[in-house]
Design a protein around this ligand. Structure first.
Ligand code: 5GP
Length: 170
């Protein structure tokens, strides 16, 4: 597999993103809402670097993808959203591809009464998203290739890689 983004580059960028997030929220309490499972590694590194005592961390499971192709449907556990009413939410996602997942999810959060909804994504396939979803904090734009590593999987494998690689079968 070909390395697309190495570990040192990731570390540097995540540190910058954390500083940007801390600067934006200042002393305002906010909730880091981590989308499982792919964002777990990014979120762990990011959260440690933000280091805000008034930051809550929550997790949610959404799914729209199977293997290496999109199913085009998103399921949001609607019953879980009511508790975010009145909160400032920063969604933490691994990758924005078509943008469908976060388009549906951020609208659902706003509909459930969240005070503000912002998006932080580690990766974006910019040519695919084409501005459908506005990303407030972006790690890296990447080409339209299926990638794994740093939390992202292919059938639950390769999440453990410390870098991002373009997936191939060998
Ligand atoms: P979207 O709704 O933006 O099309 O898809 C977002 C979801 O698709 C991501 O949260 C991720 O789970 C999955 N996904 C999209 N592209 C890739 C990719 O290149 N690699 C992996 N592992 N997952 C991807």
């Amino acid at each position: 597999m070909k390395v697309l983004i190495d570990e040192t580059t990731i570390e540097r960028r995540v540190t910058e993103m954390a500083a940007d997030i801390r600067a934006l929220y200042g002393d305002t309490p906010f909730t880091l809402l981590v989308v499982l499972k792919g964002a777990f590694m990014f979120a762990a590194d990011l959260a440690r670097r933000i280091g805000a005592p008034h930051m809550r961390i929550e997790f949610i499971r959404l799914s729209s993808y199977r293997g290496t192709c999109s199913t085009g449907s998103v399921s949001v556990p609607a019953g879980e959203l009511a508790r975010y009413a009145g909160q400032d939410i920063l969604i933490v996602e691994d990758i924005v591809d078509t943008g469908l997942t976060l388009e549906v999810f951020s609208k659902a959060l706003t509909g459930a009464g969240a005070r503000s909804v912002r998006i932080c994504s580690f990766l974006e396939k910019s040519e695919v998203n084409k501005g459908r979803v506005k990303i407030d904090f972006l790690g890296f734009p990447i080409p339209d290739k299926f990638v794994v590593g740093y939390g992202l999987d292919c059938d639950e494998k390769h999440r453990d890689l410390p870098h991002v690689a373009i997936f191939d079968e060998d």
